[in-house]
Write a protein that binds this ligand. Structure first.
Ligand code: SF4
Length: 920
């Protein structure tokens, strides 16, 4: 039964850390092997002389096809060392063109006399059309030449083999330099035919795809974006048929040639060929034992070609015979491809590695067992597959993306369609689902208009009649939106995104040229996209509009109704989350604002004013607002003025119960779990009985943070929940929730024992969350988050980042006689005090130099630079409860994150400046 694993097409996943490591090992192995080839050491083992070529041909190479089949197409494409050298071609391109651009810029700067030759990126960097049509035969042709070359040149000569490995790497780099993308892998690499024929239509394991970070649309029906889509689109191509049917013959022909030349199978199985250096005799000697007049250099390629021809003829014959059984040409072709792959795989392992394996006692037996097993598994999986299955599976995945039901989705297409049929009851709804699925499958490149009848299963499940189906297909045909190829769409989408970023960063022509080359975009396309991005209906303007609308909504629905309760601290978490949302929306607006004004002096003025609006200096902000007046739309200016002047709406009015209850309702239904948790905290602190029912429902929330906060709220307001309502959480998958539920149930059983909710505390201007209820042995994540926010180092971080730190923060209590840290110790852990006080002592003075209290932090610098402790810190008047964060975890999970590091560095340098100012 097919499992609906989502394979990302639009989002580039990149190699996983494990794949990166494997690739490093492979590349180092490739280099080491090449060096070893040139050194050509020999050693004796069990009476056999081993050379590097012998190990390469009889141990390394035989592992390749089986490794690719087991690992899968995408993982292999991400770790292949040859693909790595190909990527270096793209890097080389960037390097060389960056230099030539520099010269171009210089030349442009020198005026008319200077000769500038601008680079011309564009469609000419794609392989020609004939290569697109014949790519399987190109790769097979290269493999044929390489194998013929092996037979008469490189088989047993270390140096020749070393040169071959270097040449392959260099060619891969040069091809991708000239043609962009993965042209080498897709059109020329001799291994590509092997990796495709053995893993199509999709691998044994489903993995994330191997598409490039920057797609240049180098290949039509790119297999790195979607292997199976590529397979079905090409399945009836002439060149593919020729290549796949000829391939088993090439495999058999290669090994048989040893016999054809020597007249004896021992010529191959004896393994002597692995130690045979290049000689005139090897190249020009008798090529066939029965026709010694034909030199080997001609006999080898001719023999291979003859085997390929014979193989092609056999499989064409099989195809013709099967025509009587399966009328569907596509299905027939697919199944004969499957047979060809199965035959080639087994033939290969009949010979590959045998010269060395037969020296091992169990070698041949292991191979004889493993190879047919894997080949048969693949045969069965592949045989049953059809394009219809593929289309249905993809359509089901499209539907799963929009799954809006509480039940877990079924894991096969038929189940998904049947579920939808049961749920979407009205005919109109069923039709809408079908129309949407058809449109998306078509836009995704999965089906062409002519192939839409493949959605037969979906049609019958949703009860769509033929007439309705025809009408939808007609709509699609009259749809004027041009559907681009998946690759072109990916290329343009990537370019649009990169260009937007570049424009937001105020990039110049030089950067645009670099991007054009990187994405292989011609100038007219660039101009079109740039105009779209700047114009009247530009996405930038849309971004500003959306951002300001979001700010207005946040203020109207939440920040203003909650303002009268700000001082109580009960909405501390909720307000923190809401203000960060507002800040992020404002940042996005200010980023895009200059691009809505077009080019010229106005754009410069708006750019400068937008930058000044995020400055702390009030006068600069006011001046910026004055500068923007008349330059941007009035309603934009009004909202900006409001939010810039008063980011935290203040209110002297008494709370409007109806308004803040409505705000809580909205927060509880919000998609952000931090906001839901913030609302629950407030319900607990304010003991809002009206929300008891809602709170009970949130015990089943999908986010652990929300479930946990609801349990803690149950003790702050013991009348809101009953112990029985918490019982289901005793079996929760999260251990901290099981623990909290147990402690809450015990405490609720004896309400008299529950301590009064602690008041919100304000320490030196910072609002700290209440000390945890005694009934709980650990702080709630939401409280940890608020404590961490009090730490100046973390003050700029977003709730999501703080949540990540909460996950690595461990709670600890240090007894009165204990030590938090000792001066001179090398430790990089960081502590945040929750309750109690601590003395900071210097050995030089032997006296207390400072007292720390709740919300204070110990070791924030050491966590980053791992310097020894500069003071001793001990509890002062009783035990100290604190959060401990391991320096190593902190650096790995937080400091090294690209989006967080700049905020941390900005806070650190600001604190350093403040300290220096104090010293002065
Ligand atoms: S089409 Fe795009 S994703 Fe596919 S190999 Fe070429 S550049 Fe990479």
């Amino acid at each position: 039964m097919p499992t609906l694993v989502m394979i990302s097409k639009k989002a580039h996943e990149g190699p996983s850390p494990r794949e990166t490591w494997v690739r490093r090992v492979f590349v180092i192995g490739y280099v080491a092997l090449t060096i070893a080839m040139f050194a050509n050491p020999r050693f004796e083992l069990a009476g056999t002389t081993f050379t590097v070529p012998r190990l390469f041909w009889t141990v390394g190479l035989p592992l390749l096809p089986i490794g690719i089949v087991i690992a899968g197409f995408y993982p292999w494409r991400k770790v292949c060392p040859l693909a790595f050298w190909g990527e270096q071609g793209r890097r080389l391109d960037r390097l060389v063109k960056a230099r030539s651009d520099g010269k171009t810029d210089d030349a442009e700067g020198k005026g008319k006399g200077a000769k500038a030759k601008p680079a011309k990126p564009g469609p000419q960097r794609r392989m020609p059309k004939w290569a697109e049509a014949w790519y399987p035969m190109i790769a097979l042709g290269v493999l044929w030449l390489a194998l013929a070359g092996r037979l008469v040149l490189t088989n047993g000569d270390g140096i020749a083999l070393g040169i071959l490995l270097v040449a392959l790497g260099l060619t891969a780099a040069l091809v991708n330099w000239r043609y962009t993308g993965k042209t080498w892998c897709n059109f020329i690499c001799p291994v590509s035919i092997v990796e495709r024929i053995y893993t199509e239509p999709n691998s044994l394991r489903l993995e994330h795809n191997s598409q490039c970070t920057t797609c240049t649309a180098c290949k039509k029906n790119c297999p790195d974006i979607d292997q199976e889509n590529s397979y079905w689109k090409d399945v009836e191509e002439k060149a593919k048929r020729m290549a796949y049917y000829s391939f088993p013959g090439l495999v058999l022909g290669f090994y048989t040639y040893f016999w054809l030349r020597a007249g004896d199978w021992e010529a191959y199985f004896g393994g002597g060929w692995t130690n045979q250096p290049i000689t005139r005799e090897l190249l020009t000697g008798p090529g066939l034992f029965f026709a010694p007049w034909l030199p080997a250099w001609a006999a080898a390629p001719l023999s291979l070609a003859a085997f390929m021809l014979a193989s092609f003829a056999i499989f064409v014959g099989i195809e013709r015979v099967l025509a009587k059984v399966w009328a569907d040409e596509e299905l027939r072709r697919h199944r004969v491809f499957t047979l060809a792959a199965f035959t080639a795989f087994n033939l290969f392992y009949l010979f590959a590695g045998a010269p060395t394996l037969r020296k091992l006692e169990y070698g041949p037996r292991v191979l004889a067992f493993a190879v047919p097993l894997i080949a048969t598994m693949f045969l069965v999986k592949r045989w049953k597959r059809s394009r219809k299955d593929f289309v249905e599976e993809r359509t089901a995945k499209q539907l799963l993306k929009k799954w809006k039901f509480k039940d877990a989705p079924p894991d096969d297409p038929a189940g998904v369609f049947a579920y939808l049929k049961a749920k979407e009851s009205s005919e109109e709804q069923q039709l809408a689902v079908y129309r949407e699925s058809v449109r998306e499958a078509h836009a995704d490149g999965v089906v062409t208009k002519a192939e839409l009848q493949l959605l037969e299963l979906l049609r019958s499940q949703l009860g769509i009649s033929d007439g309705q189906h025809r009408k939808i297909v007609e709509e699609l045909q009259t749809d004027t939106t041009q559907v681009l190829s998946v690759e072109r769409e990916l290329q343009l989408e990537g370019y649009r995104r990169a260009l937007t970023e570049a424009m937001l960063g105020n990039a110049g022509e030089h950067e645009f040229r670099r991007l054009r080359r990187e994405y292989n975009i011609d100038k007219p396309t660039h101009e079109k996209i740039a105009t779209e991005l700047r114009g009247e209906h530009s996405p930038m303007l849309e971004r500003v509009r959306e951002g300001l609308a979001r700010i207005t909504e946040l203020r109207r629905d939440y920040l203003i109704p909650l303002a009268p309760l700000r001082a109580s601290g009960t909405f501390e978490l909720a307000l923190f989350v809401l203000e960060r949302m507002q800040q992020r929306a404002l940042e996005r607006v200010l980023e895009a604002l200059p691009l809505t004004v077009g080019k010229g002096s106005d754009a410069e003025l708006v750019r400068a004013a937008a930058a000044a609006l995020s400055q702390p200096d009030v006068e600069r902000r006011e001046q910026a607002l004055r500068d923007l007046s008349g330059k941007i739309a009035d309603d934009f200016h009004r909202t900006l003025t409001e939010v810039v002047r008063e980011p935290k709406p203040a209110s002297s009015a008494t709370p409007d119960e109806q308004a803040f209850h409505a705000a809580i309702e909205r927060m509880l239904a919000h998609g952000d779990p931090h906001l839901r948790a913030g609302a629950i905290q407030a319900i607990g602190h304010l003991q809002l009985q009206a929300f008891a029912g809602k709170l009970a429902g949130l015990l089943g929330d999908e986010e652990p943070l929300v479930r946990e906060t609801a349990i803690y709220a149950s003790l702050r307001a013991p009348t809101l929940l009953q112990p029985a309502q918490l019982e289901a959480l005793l079996r929760d998958e999260e251990p901290q929730i099981r623990r909290a539920a147990r402690e809450a149930i015990e405490a609720l059983a004896d309400p008299g024992s529950i301590a009064q909710a602690n008041p919100v505390r304000v320490v030196e201007g910072r609002t700290l969350p209440p000390i945890p209820d005694d009934a709980f042995s650990a702080l709630a994540t939401a409280d940890k988050l608020l404590f961490l926010r009090c730490v100046p180092l973390f003050h700029e971080l977003d709730p999501e980042d703080l949540h990540e730190i909460c996950d690595i923060a461990r709670e600890r209590t240090v007894a009165m006689q204990g030590t938090i840290c000792e001066q001179g110790d090398v430790s990089d852990d960081l502590y945040v005090l929750i309750s109690g006080t601590a003395s900071v002592m210097l050995a030089q003075r032997d006296s207390e130099v400072a007292t720390l209290g709740p919300g204070d932090v110990v070791g924030e610098l050491a966590a980053i630079d791992q310097s020894p402790r500069s003071a001793t810190v001990r509890p002062k008047a009783g035990p100290v409860r604190m959060l401990e964060i391991r320096g190593n975890d902190f650096r790995k999970r937080v400091v090294q994150r690209k989006d967080v590091a700049p905020k941390l560095m900005a806070t650190l340098s600001r604190r350093l400046r403040e300290t220096l100012a104090k010293v002065r």
